[in-house]
Design a protein around this ligand. Structure first.
Ligand code: UDP
Length: 311
């Protein structure tokens, strides 16, 4: 039986990855300090003998007993509200925690995957974004604690690969949604669904012409797991190329929730990327991967999940 370590294992995306790895017959050790993750995301795994959870801050050095085959470094705050509230922890998740996770992989001779982000492209001048685009990132803006920490993390991963020979993988995750997102994390998917279910107007930042491309979480997890098992050393974009403006997204949420709560204009946050859409050519070629969950199906499941938390 193979063992995987998942940092940030009680978070939105990592907890789905944990479920997938357990379903595929792995033993999973998950670590989380609950800064943005939540116990409810792993509560259903209590009593599962192949699941071990440890409350730990992986920004501090840590050890895992026994053999380890895979290290998935997923731990990091990941929403614009988090960058304002916990910027130092966000920097440490990309820097110290990446080193600690890489050191674990080095000691255990394990394969390592780092969760990077489309934010490494910043406010992109190339559209859609290909992996060889080097980005347009502010080093000092409100998102810089996340963007630059992730860019640093990618550099650390490549250094451990080149210098120590660690087998490494880098996934660049684009906007992802689904059950287990935090209703109050400020991101547009929980924000609009929460507002619609509570009968409040949807808060459109700026003119709503900025675009995003939303990937359902099970598609992302499939791509991450395929990448870990592949021999691809280069960063790989995983996301859904179905692009829409934020205004179109608001209209879709209003239609899917059956609400007519209207929209409210709000100031556009500093450095908010104007466009974002992944070029998934590399993922198609090296992983034979592409998203399969339609926007309508994914949004319906996500709305059903959030209904439990509203009202
Ligand atoms: N956004 C919005 N209203 C909200 C929250 C977000 O219009 O209540 C916009 C935000 O300005 C951005 C997009 O939705 O252009 C996606 O924001 P999110 O925070 O989900 O993630 P990002 O892709 O910016 O990291």
């Amino acid at each position: 039986m193979k063992t995987a370590v998942v940092t940030g294992g009680a978070g939105f995306v990592p907890s789905h990855l944990v479920d997938r790895l357990l379903a595929d017959g792995l033993r999973v050790v998950a670590l989380d300090n609950f800064i943005t993750g939540h116990k409810r995301n792993i509560a259903h795994l209590e009593g599962n003998e192949n699941f071990i959870f440890r409350e730990a801050d992986v920004s501090e050095p840590f050890e895992v007993e026994g053999e380890v085959d895979y290290v998935f470094h997923m731990a990091s705050p990941a929403s614009p509200i988090d960058y304002v509230q916990v910027p130092i922890e966000t920097l440490k998740a990309g820097s110290y925690a990446t080193h600690n996770s890489l050191d674990l992989a080095l000691r255990k001779k394990a394969r390592f995957l780092m969760a990077s982000t489309s934010e490494v492209y910043g406010d992109p001048e190339v559209h859609p974004q290909t992996e060889d685009y080097q980005g347009n990132v502010s080093t000092t803006g409100p998102r810089s604690c996340y963007d630059e920490a992730k860019r640093y993390a990618e550099a650390a991963v490549m250094a451990y690969h080149r210098h120590h020979g660690v087998e490494t993988r880098i996934v660049r995750i684009f906007n992802t949604y689904g059950p287990r997102m935090r209703l109050d994390d400020g991101r547009v998917v929980p924000a609009f669904i929460g507002q619609a279910l509570e009968g409040k107007p949807l808060t459109i930042f700026g003119d709503g012409a900025q675009t995003r491309s939303f990937c359902y979480v099970s598609d992302l997890v499939e791509g991450i797991w395929r990448l870990m098992q592949s021999d691809c050393l280069q960063p790989v974009n995983i996301g859904n190329p179905h692009e829409m403006s934020i205004k179109e997204f608001a209209e879709a949420i209003a239609a899917a929730t059956g609400t007519q709560t209207g929209m409210k204009g709000c100031p556009l946050p500093e450095d908010d990327p104007k466009v974002r859409r992944p070029d998934i050519g590399r993922a198609r070629e090296v992983l034979d991967w592409e998203p399969v969950v339609s926007f309508d199906d994914g949004i319906r499941k996500t709305i059903d999940y959030f209904k439990e938390f509203v009202g």
